[in-house]
Design a protein around this ligand. Structure first.
Ligand SMILES: Cc1cc2nc3c(=O)[nH]c(=O)nc-3n(C[C@H](O)[C@H](O)[C@H](O)COP(=O)(O)O)c2cc1C
Length: 359
């Protein structure tokens, strides 16, 4: 049993957001000791040529990235990189700082190895985060910046709100993701429509030549999802990140509530099959037309292997780190490498998309 597994029952006695803040402080502390940081990096970062890829001009030395929401303010870039991630998606960042929803707002569903979060884009705002990005520039691995919309901005002003954030942050991301799918900002998911996606990508291409992604919800009606993604591809999106959290509360026995209403979105193992199913559909329709990044309930190398087979070039994880601890990325990379070897696959390129059934 790993040290983290022994510690977990104790950690889980405390509020989830508080424990997250403790983890962030520990990482911040470790970054003050370069020897400690390089020791952690040496023991966690596995470099296998067979797992590395160049995508949109960026070098990913393995397929596993950190999903958006863990480091909202770019406060732990180096410590997180030293855990073995090949890329980090920071944010979501909004143009103006905001506090998010009332606490408590992160809940564990321990039996289901899942999390329910109703944070509501608590972050320091684009200018606040810019300062942290500048401190860490140039970055040691590709850094994605995930942009969300401020809660108090009326729908008609959404585009401008995204534009101002992108303008502020454009020099400090290796790629940008437009988050249209968090369930915690009222109306945000309604922006997953063809007309807004066209305006958004036109606006963004005029500001930057860097790769642009959109992040979608797992709860969209399938035809509508396909239409929105098709339009995004026509407008030269670099890729689709699927998926954000789900509001299908039937997946947990006792969803957390506020004022008698279910709140937030579910991540972790309850999301695994839904997120895999969405990727399967995206792979069938858009493989080779755009880059697919799969996220949602990924907790093992076997699951990563399957997502790659279904057409994902990269994956992201978050909740599996809550349940598996800081060494999950390392173990996933080692296991994935072993699995490729066992199956006689020389490079993950050969695996990606092999499980797509176009019938
Ligand atoms: C605590 C928490 C905060 C999150 N915050 C964001 C966010 O700010 N922006 C975003 O695009 N997704 C956010 N997400 C969604 C994750 O990026 C990811 O899409 C989702 O959790 C599914 O992956 P997982 O099952 O590996 O956690 C958040 C998820 C959690 C659990």
């Amino acid at each position: 049993m790993s040290f983290y597994q022994k510690l977990k029952p104790f950690i889980f006695k405390f509020d989830a957001e508080r424990m997250h803040n403790v983890a962030m402080s520990l990482m911040h502390f470790s970054s003050k000791f370069p020897l400690l940081e390089s020791y952690i990096a040496k023991s966690h970062c596995c470099i296998y040529e067979e797992l590395s890829q160049n995508i949109h001009g960026l070098k990913f030395y393995n397929p596993i990235g950190l999903a958006s929401g863990f480091d909202k303010n770019a406060e732990a870039i180096r410590p997180l990189a030293s855990l073995g991630f090949s890329f980090l998606e920071l944010g979501s960042i909004t143009q103006m700082p905001q506090d998010g929803n009332p606490k408590p707002r992160i809940f564990r569903h321990i039996e289901q190895e899942s999390v329910q979060n109703a944070l509501g884009f608590n972050n320091k705002g684009a200018r606040g985060v810019l300062a942290n990005l500048q401190k860490n520039y140039p970055f040691c691995i590709p850094i994605g910046i995930n942009i969300g919309k401020n809660k108090n901005i009326v729908m008609a002003d959404s585009l401008k709100n995204y534009e101002l954030s992108l303008e502020t942050l454009k020099d400090y991301g290796d790629y940008f993701t437009f988050n249209l799918s968090s369930p915690n900002t009222p109306g945000l998911r309604d922006l997953q429509n063809e007309s807004f996606v066209v305006d958004l990508l036109d606006m963004a291409h005029a500001i930057t030549t860097k790769p642009l992604f959109i992040k979608i919800s797992p709860d969209m009606e399938i035809d509508s999802m396909l239409r929105v993604c098709q339009k995004a591809i026509e407008k030269k999106v670099s890729g689709i990140i699927a998926t954000n959290t789900t509001i299908d509360y039937s997946l947990v026995p006792q969803p957390a509530q506020r004022n008698g209403h279910n709140i937030g979105g579910l991540s972790g193992k309850v999301l695994t099959s839904k997120s895999r199913e969405i990727l399967k559909i995206l792979g069938q329709n858009f493989f080779r037309q755009t880059t697919l990044i799969s996220v949602g309930g990924i907790a093992s190398a076997d699951e990563i292997y399957e997502r790659l087979r279904l057409g994902a070039s990269l994956v992201q994880i978050m909740t599996s780190m809550v349940y598996g601890g800081p060494s999950v990325v390392k173990h996933m990379n080692i296991q994935l490498h072993k699995k490729l070897e066992a199956d006689g696959i020389k490079h993950i390129r050969e695996l990606i998309g092999t499980g797509i059934n176009r019938d």
